[in-house]
Design a protein around this ligand. Structure first.
Ligand code: F6R
Length: 608
């Protein structure tokens, strides 16, 4: 996620901005930039790549004089990671500088209006719209211009703004993207997160949604969205820098699990318009969607697991046949592809070597390819014919959680879009699905809040030798991911089985006390899976079941039950995976494993 820093005070701004940005590096970024007021003009410097490049370019900031400035580390969303797309962005005569974290959802509409009024754009970003819109509304009163812009833009934003004709101030605004103010001795600061200001102050104030802060060297004033003054309280930060980077969470993995409600919301909301699914970037005509003969999903690891879930969703809902392939297998087996087959490549990093090779293979055969990708401008995003981004933000923990959840949402949206166009669901059914989708973030939050109960249970299994995960249909797909989460970070052997398959061999491994996790969310399969639970239990297994609220019958068969809130049968994975992620996490923590960096694993697997 992007990082913002701003400073106004007695010291030279640029070195402070670079130092602050360095403290935000953990958030992930692909380019960086700063703008300072040098006494006459706003001057910007931007560079793709690591912050080091920007530091070298500016001699650690020394070659950029001035006492007021804003800085940014960009994690590309709209527009590839290039110098041009890096922030700050300016209005045309470079009298207003803006840094932004978040997504302006209606930027295309606003951009068109501004283009019609003669504004010219330098970048592909949504942020530049804000700079020009500020210019459009600015008549000498920054607060007035800012509030007008706040009323026009939809989406999420944290903004740092400087006006060249009022260089004594830095302005900060936020909606659904974090931003704090730090009250220093020699000057005041804004930042996306506390670590960026801790060197200068421990007195911070958290800007709330739709609030504006105006900072000068000595004063900080706050205003509401109507420009009226408001009072705010400061807090003294007691944590150390390391804890602050993780937002107070013990590990990035836990932090990222907690970001899942937001990730789901961010991936959903730009595509839900007036109770319809609109995936602008898909660029497939209704005719092309109707012509799809088959969907082939190709991916690795957890991304592959979302594909296994998606097979049930596309087939069940849109009645399109689906094949799911492991990318490492697909590329070497001379697959038979129908020319009307849509090939979907799923990848968080967009750089996984096997997935990239599979994409190239499908393209070489003339098939239409669609990338579901998290990292903007990554190889898969660049090379796929169409791209649908998951807005999960940077994922730092090696074991994926929030990107996995975002990938599921991308599949649900595509399945709903395809189903609507192909007429396999009614308008009424669509409305029901959309209602269920919108409830997911809250429901995920509820499950996360239940973490202590799962932690207590997990602590009993830190010395487990083997764990089995079983389920049928979509529940099998959830089990694949639950099993991977546990084994990759806790180093406990685990396997996922289609529940009916266990007795064809593997059941011989069940001993007294062996833990079996059974996922039971598909109502039409309850009875079948319960029979499999009974089979393993009579052989000594201890069964933990994850099931829907209301399915209390299961308590007769399972030893320990975790209930998930009600949703429709296609979306249960998004909920059932939460307790399984927490279980894997707490077993690993209990064993003292390096949760964020498990042995032998890399975040982005760029080798075969
Ligand atoms: C597991 C995990 C991996 C990735 C896999 C694909 O927690 O993170 O299994 O899902 O390596 O990576 P991407 O999605 O970057 O292609």
């Amino acid at each position: 996620m992007c990082g913002i820093v701003g400073y106004v005070g007695k010291s030279q701004a640029a070195p402070i901005l670079l130092d602050g940005l360095a403290k935000l590096e953990y958030r992930g970024y692909d380019s960086a930039g700063i703008a300072v007021y040098d006494g006459e003009h706003l001057v910007g410097k931007k560079a793709m790549g690591r912050l080091k490049v920007l530091s070298e370019m500016t001699h650690d900031g020394a070659s950029m004089p001035g006492y007021v400035g804003i800085g940014h580390t960009r994690w590309a969303t709209h527009g590839a990671p290039t110098d041009n797309n890096a922030h700050p962005h300016f209005n045309e005569d470079e009298t207003i500088a803006v840094v932004h974290n978040g997504i302006i959802e209606n930027y295309l509409k606003l951009k068109k209006k501004l283009l019609d009024k003669g504004y010219r754009f330098q970048s592909d970003t949504d942020t530049e719209v804000v700079a020009h819109l500020l210019d459009y509304y600015y008549k000498g009163d920054p607060l007035e211009a800012i509030t007008k812009v706040m009323h026009r833009v939809d989406g999420s934003y944290a903004l740092g703004i400087i006006f060249a004709d009022q260089p004594q101030y830095v302005y900060a605004v936020r909606k659904d993207s974090p931003l704090i103010v730090g009250k220093g001795q020699d000057g005041n600061l804004i930042a996306s997160d506390v670590p960026a200001v801790l060197k200068y102050t421990r007195d911070v104030c958290f800007i709330e949604n739709q609030e504006i802060a105006r900072l000068s060297e000595r004063e900080i004033d706050f205003f509401n969205v109507d420009g009226e003054p408001i009072e705010k309280e400061y807090k003294t930060i007691e944590w150390d820098v390391n804890a602050a980077e993780k937002g107070g969470y013990e590990h990035f993995m836990l932090k990222e699990m907690y970001e899942q409600p937001k990730t789901v919301r961010d991936t959903l909301s730009p595509r839900l318009k007036d109770n319809q699914i609109e995936i602008e970037e898909l660029g497939l005509t209704d005719e092309e969607i109707r012509a799809i003969s088959r969907i082939r999903i190709v991916a690795c690891g957890s991304a592959y697991h979302t594909g296994v879930t998606a097979k049930y969703v596309y087939e069940g809902m849109a009645r399109i046949p689906v094949e799911v392939d492991l990318a490492s297998e697909f590329r070497y087996r001379n697959p038979i592809l129908d020319e009307k087959e849509l090939v979907i490549i799923i990848s968080q990093s967009g750089e996984t070597a096997d997935s990239l090779a599979a994409l190239r293979e499908a393209k070489a055969r003339g098939n239409m390819t669609l990338g579901i990708v998290n990292v903007v401008g990554s190889s898969i995003a660049r090379e796929a014919d169409k791209v649908m981004y998951t807005w999960a933000g940077p994922e730092i923990a090696v074991a994926t959680t929030k990107a996995y959840s975002a990938q599921l949402i991308a599949h649900y949206l595509l399945a709903l879009k395809f189903s609507t166009v192909r007429g396999t669901i009614t308008e009424e059914e669509l409305a029901g699905y959309i209602t269920d989708l919108k409830r997911l973030p809250e429901q995920i939050e509820l499950l996360l809040n239940n973490k202590e109960r799962i932690q207590r249970f997990a602590n009993r299994y830190v010395s487990a030798k083997d764990v089995f995960f079983i389920g049928r249909g979509i529940d099998y797909a959830i089990s694949l991911e639950g099993s991977l989460k546990l084994k990759e970070i806790s180093y406990i052997h685990s396997e996922a089985y289609a529940a009916g398959e266990l007795k064809h061999g593997t059941i011989s491994l069940i001993e007294d006390g062996t833990l079996v996790s059974a996922v039971v969310t598909q109502e039409d399969l309850y009875k079948k899976t319960i029979s499999n639970i009974v089979e393993v239990r009579t052989r000594g297994a201890f069964v933990m079941a994850v099931t829907n609220e209301g399915n209390t019958e299961i308590e007769k068969a399972a030893d320990y039950v975790i209930y998930i809130p009600q949703t429709n049968k296609y979306f249960t994975n998004s909920l059932a995976i939460i307790p399984l992620q927490l279980f894997g996490y707490y077993v690993a923590v209990g064993k003292g494993c390096d949760v964020d960096k498990p042995r032998n694993l890399a975040k982005s697997v760029t080798v075969e």
